[in-house]
Design a protein around this ligand. Structure first.
Ligand SMILES: NC(=O)c1ccc[n+]([C@@H]2O[C@H](COP(=O)([O-])OP(=O)(O)OC[C@H]3O[C@@H](n4cnc5c(N)ncnc54)[C@H](O)[C@@H]3O)[C@@H](O)[C@H]2O)c1
Length: 456
């Protein structure tokens, strides 16, 4: 099918590459000229495992352009995957969505077009997008006769495993108030739903994985499914973090507690890793938007609010623990291992490392960070904070009064802690992800404090 994708960020690019790999003719449209130039040369603007390889395998069916007309003129399906970042009041900024909808109305020309909202948008946005497209279509095409329908197809991929989440999804959710649109999207996703495509060698199909559930609903339900899913995941993390603080107090080990409850199949063991909490572009923004939607309808959402509060407290706790260990933070050098909001991505949006780093700097400390993938990006995006950058992970320990592990990149596990310890001013490591092996640090003479474990 002739498919256009508006926005080639984490979601749009992953979707475009995957659909092209499945055999559709895909044109990806963006307003960022550098991104489009790089993509035309086969270079991904983001770090995502195997994305470069899949880009190259799918390149036959894939085009990148800045030209809305070229992307939209023949499209039968148009995905909107532009950003919807938070505004200060918690509502998402819908400027990009509006401008994408206007371009669609201006340029579409196929007889029947399904416009698919993949961006995470407030409930009711499907209708809003439809009215913008209609106004723009009427104003720009008085003599044309296309019909179109807006559907919602929320995205559930996780950065760091985006391609495999897309190709081997738990489910595809599609909401629309028109059966024909649902049928078009079922057809578009058919190779994925029935798993009839040949797996790329570097992304093998999980054993026993045979089909993807296709869930259809009305527009609003699909829009709400996305927010409800993210809020639930966020609160699962915050719940275990709340229990983790109690664990420290009563002398329990959160990793045992977490395993003990996660083995209950009604609870499940995923998203129960205690630590600093979530970051990234979605959970914070989407929980804020859900609360804000509730407010519009006179409904408070105390559970979602509590999940947000606990998450913020975890970041503050890292600083409090350091203060209680070091007493004075002024003039101290604190190292930070890991800057991206989670491993296997270069995404720095709402990264706990930045928040914690700034809290330490406000208290007079000098902060030096390192990340295996996102350093260049951090130097650009964090140019206005005084966080310094170390050339490698070991240098973070040099002259440090303490080192915080903020992102659980696997290589941090295998550092030579004996060597690191020799260069530390004060041998203290605070593990915010329960990632490091205590015995390795202890044998290097480093005091290790892990969130959720009592100090004994
Ligand atoms: N990142 C994730 O893990 C994730 C997961 C699920 C859902 N989502 C949702 O998907 C949406 C996109 O997120 P993202 O992380 O991919 O964002 P992103 O910021 O990485 O990408 C957005 C892209 O859209 C482009 N853009 C903006 N306005 C445009 C326009 N008018 N025409 C063409 N291109 C335009 C930008 O240049 C950018 O390249 C958001 O609503 C987000 O909440 C994100």
């Amino acid at each position: 099918m002739k498919t256009a994708i508006i926005g080639t960020g984490y979601v749009g690019l992953t979707t475009g590459v995957a659909l092209a790999y499945l055999g559709h003719e895909v044109t990806c449209l963006d307003v960022d000229a550098t991104k489009v130039e790089n993509l035309k040369k086969g270079k991904s603007p983001i770090y995502e495992p195997h994305l470069d390889e899949l880009l190259s395998l799918a390149s036959r069916n894939l085009k990148f352009t800045l030209d809305a007309d070229a992307a939209l003129r023949d499209a039968e399906v148009v995905f909107i995957a532009v950003g919807t970042p938070s505004l200060p009041d918690g509502n998402p900024n819908l400027t990009y969505l509006k401008s994408a909808a206007q371009s669609i109305g201006e340029k579409i020309a196929s007889p029947y077009v399904v416009i698919v909202n993949k961006s995470t948008v407030p409930i009711g946005s499907g209708n809003w997008v439809e009215s913008i497209v209609r106004d723009s279509y009427r104003a720009n095409n008085p003599h044309k006769n296309s019909s179109f329908i807006v559907a919602s197809n929320p995205e559930f991929l996780r950065e760091g495993s985006a391609l495999s989440d897309m190709l081997y999804a738990d489910r595809v959710v599609v909401g629309a108030d028109d059966q024909k649109a649902l049928d078009v999207l079922r057809k578009l996703y058919q190779p994925l739903l029935e798993q009839t495509f040949e797996s790329p060698a570097f992304l093998p199909r999980p054993e026993g994985f045979r089909a993807v559930h296709f869930l259809t609903s009305d527009l609003q339900s699909a829009e709400l499914i996305k927010y409800a899913a993210n809020a639930f995941l966020a609160l699962k993390i915050s719940f275990i973090n709340e229990i983790s603080e109690l664990s420290e107090k009563v002398g329990a080990d959160i990793q045992h507690v977490s395993r003990g409850i996660g083995l209950d199949s009604r609870i499940g063991n995923r998203f129960l890793q205690a630590g600093i909490g979530w970051g990234g572009s979605c959970f914070g923004k989407d929980t804020a938007a859900l609360i804000s939607t509730g407010k519009e309808y006179g409904l408070s959402m105390p559970i979602t609010q509590a999940a947000r509060d606990v998450n913020m407290r975890q970041r503050a706790r890292m600083v409090e623990i350091l203060m209680s260990e070091l007493k004075i933070l002024k003039g101290r050098k604190i190292g930070i291992l890991g800057l991206s909001f989670k491993p296997f991505t270069d995404d720095l949006r709402d990264a706990p490392a930045l928040d914690i780093g700034n809290r330490l700097i406000e208290r007079g400390a000098k902060v030096v960070g390192f990340d295996p993938i996102s350093m260049e990006r951090a130097k650009k995006e964090w140019a206005d904070t005084p966080i310094e950058f170390a050339p490698d992970a070991e240098s973070v320990f040099s002259e440090a009064d303490a080192v915080l592990l903020v992102t659980e990149w696997p290589e941090f596990k295998n550092l030579s802690f004996d060597r690191c310890a020799k260069h530390m001013k004060n041998r203290l490591v605070l593990d915010g992800r329960g990632h490091l092996e205590a015995s390795k640090l202890q044998s290097a003479g480093i005091q290790l404090i892990t969130l959720g474990r009592s100090s004994k």
